[in-house]
Design a protein around this ligand. Structure first.
Ligand SMILES: [Zn+2]
Length: 346
């Protein structure tokens, strides 16, 4: 059929059908124009120091034909590679969140929904054609990748503070010991107990940030060493609250300048030394995480990485932020599979 004939046919449609056709074209054409530059950037960032084998890290990699992917309405061609050492083939997205996906364009829409803070159900409605349970897996594949974003060393002043989240098995089936708590709930114990999960935020004034789960119960020195030991040096100037684990840690690390601030709030600032940046970070984090009505402890690290990423992009959901999130999450290999994520709910 010629185009002029197609147009004639379109003119015969009812207005509401014409409108649907228009929407169909806009969605499929814009998904192509949105996803191709992103894919291009993944390709360039990944291979900026030459090709590397995804399976064995060998540099003995050759290009090995093309494969086709459907994006929107169009088929596009992508590069495949082969490793001369382990003989396996791979692509730029092997073992990334986009691996084996048949809907690369829908991922971009989903990232936008994540940045907007929409629930999985609402996201599924907006995207169309993807079940919200599938989106739960997409969410955690992306977060498992972002969780690997890292930096080398802290510099200068480092603020540290711990905060606690209630232990939660949200979504786990057959909880035997006790009735599942709904919506976070409250602990059976006063103060800090094994029911509480310690989260550390450490941040220097360049905003290099560590945010991660240290374990159950009160913060102890060995957890600090394990979590951030490689990033700290004796030259760092440490600002913390008065909890003794920080002092023993600073001593063992040979840190000469350690500024402690009691939580009674009498002295909050000593010149340029304070812990207000991490304290603010805590309260923004706690405010943000409320929308999930309790997070399974198993996934707390994922949500901490999510918030950290939002903090980096200043909570903007423009196209620059969308492509940054998808590109960054495709730079790290992930082991999470549908199987490993399956036992928890959404
Ligand atoms: Zn290899």
């Amino acid at each position: 059929m010629r185009l002029s004939e197609i147009i004639k046919e379109i003119q015969k449609l009812k207005p509401v059908e014409q409108h649907r056709l228009k929407e169909f074209f806009i969605t499929s054409l814009s998904s192509l124009s949105a996803s191709e530059p992103v894919f291009q950037e993944i390709n360039e960032r990944k291979n900026k120091e030459g090709y590397t084998c995804t399976h064995c890290n060998s540099k003995q990699v050759v290009r090995f034909g093309k494969y086709m992917v459907k994006v929107g309405l169009k088929e596009v061609e992508r590069q495949r590679y082969r490793c001369k050492d382990c003989k396996k083939t791979f692509t730029d997205v092997t073992n990334t969140p986009l691996y084996r996906t048949h809907k690369p364009d829908k991922w971009i829409e989903f990232i936008k929904c994540m940045l907007e803070g929409y629930s999985l159900r609402k996201s599924a409605e907006l995207i169309g054609g993807v079940h919200y349970v599938t989106l739960f897996y997409w969410r955690h594949k992306i977060l498992a990748a972002l969780n690997q974003m890292d930096f080398d060393k802290f510099s200068g002043i480092v603020e540290m503070d711990e905060t606690y989240f209630l232990y939660s098995e949200k979504g786990k089936r057959n909880i035997k010991d006790r009735k599942p708590r709904k919506r976070g709930g409250s602990s059976r114990f006063r103060g800090i107990s094994r029911e509480q999960i310690c989260v550390l935020i450490a941040r220097d004034r360049q905003k290099s940030t560590f945010s991660g789960v240290l374990g159950r119960g009160r913060l102890v020195k060995s957890q600090l060493e394990e979590a951030i030991g490689s990033k700290m040096s004796p030259d760092n100037k440490l600002c913390t609250d008065a909890w003794r684990a920080f002092s023993t840690y600073a001593k063992s690390k040979g840190i000469k300048e350690h500024y402690r601030f009691k939580s009674d709030g009498v002295e909050r600032v000593r010149g340029i030394y304070h812990i207000q940046n991490v304290n603010n970070y805590h309260s923004r984090l706690k405010g943000w995480i409320q929308r999930f009505n309790g997070v399974a402890t198993k996934y707390l690290d994922h949500y901490l990485s999510w918030f950290q990423f939002l903090d980096i992009i200043k909570h903007r959901s423009d196209s620059g932020s969308i492509s940054k999130m998808i590109v960054e999450s495709c730079l790290f290999p992930i082991n999470e599979t549908y199987q490993s994520l399956r036992t928890y709910e959404y």
